[in-house]
Unconditional design. Sequence first.
Length: 277
Amino acid sequence: MIKMTDKELHIKSIEYRKKILKYIVGAKAGHTGGSLSCIDILNVLYNRVMNVGPDNFKSPDRDRYIQSKGHCVEALFVVLADKGFYPESDLETLCRYKSHYIGHPTKKVAGVEQNTGALGHGLPICVGEAIAAKMDDKKHHVFTLLGDGELPEGSNWEAALTAAHYNLDNLCAIIDNNKLQITGTNAEVCNTDPIDAKFESFGWAVKQVDGNDVEALAKVFAQLPFEKGKPSLVIAHTIKGKGVSFMENNVKWHHGVPNAEQYQEAINELDVELANV
Ligand SMILES: Cc1ncc(C[n+]2csc(CCOP(=O)(O)OP(=O)(O)O)c2C)c(N)n1
């Protein structure tokens, strides 16, 4: 796998943001804010950290990524297209009748490991994947991305307990900690803080990072596993709607679709950022 430099990663994140917006506008639907918040994490995983691509996707030795916050499928789909799993033009069918590119990940799309979207499933599935890897004496890593608003699902805590019990240091969970969910802040809807202390008490090794900083993310992932014999948790502090000023930290953009004027404004902002990399 070719590993991108920090500068290449930075440019890629901005390009991915532009594509996320383009295909959400085309589909007239999508989870805009949460896709923009997590895209740097996917970027670093797929372009720096993980050993997975179209050439080895059938290999049992590939790294696994399961996106538990499946509603932010637009982030995943633009990255998989960029990795060559399918032509990017496929995304012009996003959310259209008979398209496999629907509003949540499905295994009918090349490169998708698991169907997700009903929250609370990614971590339990990854625990199974990580146990299987240990039993087969495999060296690959298993990654899952959760939303912070997903944590109230009880299945996550059964999985967290089990992962520590089986010493799954080949498992890394990342929390996209953008502090918002659909209707408000996590603190208002269902407070899960302090996330670090909760996972540590379950037997995980935890690190915190700026989840919109590709260099910082790459440095954190380079330290995996954080502690031998323990599953690793990355609490990625992110901004919902990151990169588009009027979407940032605004719950309205959880699944808001920009109109033509807003879309152009967003693209202009991202182009300015691109010119300044
Ligand atoms: C089991 C289940 N319950 C409810 C939902 C509806 N739902 C979709 S997104 C969402 C909020 C998730 O918040 P978070 O994980 O923080 O997402 P982000 O802010 O990162 O987009 C909810 C409750 C769902 N998809 N699955």
